[in-house]
Design a protein around this ligand. Structure first.
Ligand code: MRU
Length: 356
């Protein structure tokens, strides 16, 4: 998708360097950053220069490429894989991408391993783009149906950023929106600000602006009253881990939006590619929920009067804060899962039908 009218992917590989868009600086500064070592890749994931489940996975895959470039030794590769997996615990894509890379690299001669790793990391990215595009085409039908009944702008609420910046291109939750816009359906997005890191305000609104899609940022608690007033036609969110029973783990606050949508009989969809399905964990209580630094809550960042990015404390000095990054939306509150293979019920049977 576009930034300043120019097409970008969120990650690419050039002259043995991994290039990323530094998302900690958006929307105020557009900086392309070089990752040269596996430590750089781990750090980029930890501090969220890259974030969003599919992009974290792709960065981990390229992290292994950087690891091989640094030291073409099996024990170094193993340690790099372990360190990458630990960098952010909740999104399953990290482990999924590492497992896929290690499977591909198993038993490969040291003179061939680099090329094979580069190809597989690129394949992970290309496949993600293809899948996200299909999610968009499948989700388009839902937006079309609402538009055909309403004959007026379709208002869509989303939480966090499950946009192209969270993937390689297109996004998951935003892909149906981009496709609707390209097909001439009038859409308007309510972008939850998404405290504490403001991915909705800083990233979702930014990327929709760049594509010319109408959007309005709302405080995280506003969705409920908008739904009661009939100002939301549907919700679409992303996911960091989808269980085989259809329960969805996504950015903290998603659950409350699903409850409000359920109470107001508003369709609540989750968009995902199959790389986000965890077929192993059966009970959502076993999903590791990332707890991040409380400074993300107690401090906010913005532009000062000299157009410099500045961080300021907003809490009482002595107050404690707690920062859980994800929550669980039980399958019963989800209208459907929009995947690359089609739309299914958020249930064991629904997922099994699409992904045998
Ligand atoms: O903490 P983040 O910004 O990595 O959280 C991102 C989300 O929760 C997204 O909704 C999810 O990763 C899906 S991205 C297509």
């Amino acid at each position: 998708m576009k930034i300043d009218g120019k097409d970008y992917r969120t990650i690419w590989f050039e002259n043995n360097i991994v290039k990323i868009i530094d998302q900690t600086k958006l929307p105020h500064q557009f900086i392309i950053k070089d990752l040269k070592t596996v430590k750089d890749a781990i750090n980029a994931i930890k501090v969220m220069e890259v974030r969003g489940a599919p992009l974290i996975g792709a960065t981990a895959a390229y992290g292994l490429v950087l690891s091989i470039l640094e030291n073409n030794d099996q024990s170094f590769l193993k340690k790099s894989a372990e360190d990458l997996i630990k960098s952010r615990p909740t999104a399953i894509n990290l482990k999924w991408a590492i497992d896929r890379m290690l499977k591909k690299l198993k038993g490969v001669n040291s003179d061939k391993i680099l090329d094979i790793a580069i190809n597989e990391a690129k394949e992970i990215c290309d496949e993600d783009i293809k899948f996200c595009e299909s999610i968009g085409l499948n989700g388009l039908k839902v937006i079309e149906d609402i538009y055909n009944k309403k004959k007026d702008t379709v208002n869509i609420l989303t939480h966090c950023n499950a946009g192209w910046l969270a993937t390689i291109n297109w996004g998951t939750a935003t892909s149906p929106i981009y496709h609707a816009h390209k097909n001439g359906i009038p859409v308007h997005v309510w972008a939850d600000e998404t405290r504490p890191r403001n991915q909705g305000a800083n990233l979702t609104s930014f990327e929709l602006n760049e594509e010319g899609i109408k959007n309005t940022i709302i405080a995280d608690n506003t969705g409920g009253i908008l739904m009661q007033r009939g100002q939301v036609d549907m919700c679409i969110v992303g996911t960091d881990r989808t269980l085989s029973n259809g329960d969805v783990c996504n950015k903290v606050g998603t659950y409350l939006k699903a409850l409000a949508a359920h109470d107001n009989k508003i369709p609540f969809y989750v968009a995902l590619s199959s790389s986000t399905i965890d077929w192993d964990i059966k009970d959502f209580k076993d999903i590791p929920i990332e707890e991040r630094n409380s400074e993300e809550l107690s401090h906010v960042e913005g532009l000062d009067e000299n157009n410099k990015i500045k961080k300021v404390l907003i809490y009482p000095n002595k107050s404690k804060a707690m920062n859980l990054a994800f929550d669980i939306t039980p399958a019963k509150y989800i209208t459907g899962l929009i995947t690359e293979k089609g739309i299914c019920d958020a249930s064991k049977e629904g997922l099994a039908k699409l992904f045998k």
